[in-house]
Design a binder for this molecule. Structure first.
Ligand SMILES: Nc1ncnc2c1ncn2[C@@H]1O[C@H](COP(=O)(O)OP(=O)(O)O)[C@@H](O)[C@H]1O
Ligand SMILES: [Mg+2]
Length: 400
C-alpha cells in the first residue's frame, strides 16, 4: 500500500524530497511536488474510465462504482457478508477479517468510513475487478459499494508469505501488524526464517516455485493493454493458498497469490503521483527520483520482485538494520539490498544472478517479467532434476 511506513506522510514527503535534493533532481519536479497536496491519501486514486479500468484521478462517483462492479458480477450486498474474527490484532489502514459469503470462506478487507476510505476502497475494488481472474492473483469475489465498504477475497489459508518467511509461519490473525514497518523488522529478528530441518534443495525449489507464481501474476499484469503495475510487490503482499493441518504453517505445496492492489496503477502513470509509491526497501530507485526524475514503468515491479527474491533467499528483510530514510537513500544511490547484506552461501548461483539483474539500478538493464519467469522456470527444473524422486514428485505436483 502506498506510503505504508511508520514515518508520517509529511515526514515521508520531506525524506523523499531530501533524497531528490541530494541527487540533483530537476527543479521543476520539486516545484510540481511542492504544489501538490501533502500525501494525505495512502493510495493512488483511480477513477472508473470508459473501459471500467482504474485510472489515476478523482474518486469515481458512487453510481459509477456500482455500475462497474455490477457489470462484472462483482457487486456484493453488505448484508450478505458475515464478518468473523479479525486477521490482525493491530489495525492497519484497512482491517482484514475472516468472513463468509454465499457459504464460501473468505476474507473481507474493510475500509474506514471516511472520504479517504471511500476513495481507496473504490480504487482497489475497480482495479481488482478490471484485472480479471488469474491463478496467481488472489481471487476477487466482489466488493460492496456502500457502508461497510469492503472487498471480499478468497481466503488464503496459508497466510502471508511474509509470515512464512520471517515469522516462522505464524498463523494469520495471531497478532502483529503485517504491513511493513518497524514491527516487521522486530519480528524478523526474533524468528528463524527457515526451519533448520528442511532439506536445502527442496526448500530452494519451494521458494523458487513460489517466486515463479508471483512472477506469473506480474507477467500477466504487465502484458495487459495498457499494462498494469502493482507497485508494492513484497512478501507481505503475497498469500499462500493452503495450510498444512499438521503444522498450522503454509503447506509446502501451497500456491503463492499476489494481493493488495491498493497501489496498483495503469500505465502511463503520472510522474508526481508515482514519487515514493511503494514500501522503502522494495521501492525502485527510479520511483525515488534517483536519476533526476520519476520513471514509473514495469521495471519498477521487477525491482521490487528482486527485493522479494532477496527476502526468500536471505530470510531477512531488505536493508534489515536501516531506518526507512536510510533505505531510500541507499536505493537512490545505487546500493541495493544485495549490496547491503550478502546472501547465504548456499544460494543457487542462478538465483543470485537473477536477483542482481532484477535489482539493477538502471531500470533499462532489468529483465522483463517474462524473462524472469523463464529464468526461474529453468532454475526450478534444475533443482527438481537434482532432487530425489519423492521430492521431485511432491514439488512438481505443487507447480501444476
Ligand atoms: N485473502 C486473504 N487470505 C488470507 N490472509 C489475507 C487475505 N488478504 C489479506 N490477508 C492478510 O492480511 C494482510 C494485509 O492484507 P493487504 O491486502 O496487504 O492489506 P493492507 O492494504 O493493509 O496491506 C496480508 O499480509 C495477509 O496477512
Ligand atoms: Mg499489504
Amino acid at each position: 500500500m502506498r506510503a505504508r511506513c511508520s514515518v508520517s506522510v509529511r515526514a515521508r514527503y520531506a525524506i523523499v524530497s531530501a533524497v531528490y535534493a541530494s541527487y540533483g533532481a530537476a527543479r521543476s519536479l520539486a516545484l510540481a511536488l511542492a504544489r501538490r497536496a501533502p500525501w494525505s491519501v495512502r493510495h493512488a486514486v483511480p477513477a472508473a474510465s470508459a473501459d471500467g479500468r482504474a485510472r489515476g484521478g478523482a474518486p469515481p462517483p458512487a453510481s459509477s462504482l456500482v455500475e462497474s462492479l455490477a457489470a462484472r458480477g462483482h457487486l456484493i450486498d453488505p448484508l450478505k457478508v458475515t464478518l468473523g474474527e479479525p486477521l490482525r490484532a493491530r489495525a492497519s489502514y484497512a482491517r482484514c477479517a475472516r468472513a463468509t459469503w454465499r457459504g464460501m470462506e473468505a476474507v473481507a478487507k474493510v475500509f474506514p468510513e471516511d472520504a479517504e476510505g471511500e476513495a481507496t476502497h473504490a480504487a482497489e475494488a475497480l482495479m481488482l475487478s478490471s484485472l480479471g481472474a488469474h491463478r496467481s492473483i488472489v481471487r476477487f469475489l466482489g466488493a460492496t459499494a456502500r457502508a461497510p465498504r469492503m472487498l471480499v477475497l478468497q481466503w488464503a489459508a496459508g497466510g502471508s508469505l511474509h509470515d512464512d518467511v520471517h515469522n516462522a509461519g505464524r498463523a494469520v490473525g495471531t497478532g502483529g501488524d503485517v504491513g511493513v514497518g518497524r514491527d516487521e523488522r522486530i519480528d524478523a529478528r526474533r524468528a528463524p526464517a527457515v526451519p533448520a530441518a528442511q532439506p536445502a534443495r527442496s526448500r530452494w525449489a519451494r521458494d523458487v516455485r513460489r517466486a515463479l507464481n508471483v512472477c506469473a501474476a506480474l507477467e500477466h499484469m504487465h502484458s495487459l493493454q495498457p499494462p498494469v503495475l502493482h507497485r508494492d510487490v513484497k512478501a507481505s503482499n503475497v498469500l499462500l493458498s493452503a495450510a498444512d493441518p499438521a503444522t498450522g504453517r503454509a503447506a509446502p505445496a501451497a500456491s503463492a497469490l499476489l494481493c493488495d492492489f491498493g497501489s496498483a496503477c495503469v500505465l502511463p502513470a503520472n510522474e508526481s503521483d508515482s514519487l515514493g509509491i511503494g514500501t522503502p526497501g522494495w521501492m525502485a530507485p527510479e520511483l525515488l527520483g534517483a536519476d533526476g526524475a520519476v520513471h514509473c514503468g514495469c521495471a519498477a515491479d521487477v525491482y521490487s520482485f528482486g527485493a522479494l527474491l532477496y527476502e526468500l533467499a536471505a530470510g531477512a528483510l531488505p536493508y534489515a538494520n536501516l531506518a526507512e530514510a536510510e533505505m531510500m537513500r541507499a536505493a537512490a544511490s545505487g546500493t541495493s539490498p544485495l549490496d547491503h547484506a550478502p546472501l547465504p552461501a548456499d544460494t543457487p548461483a542462478p538465483l543470485s544472478a537473477l536477483m542482481r539483474d532484477c535489482l539493477a539500478f538502471d531500470a533499462r538493464e532489468r529483465p522483463d517479467a517474462r524473462r524472469v519467469s523463464e529464468r526461474l522456470a529453468e532454475l526450478l527444473a534444475e533443482l527438481l532434476g537434482e532432487g530425489r524422486e519423492g521430492e521431485r514428485e511432491g514439488l512438481s505436483c505443487a507447480t501444476a
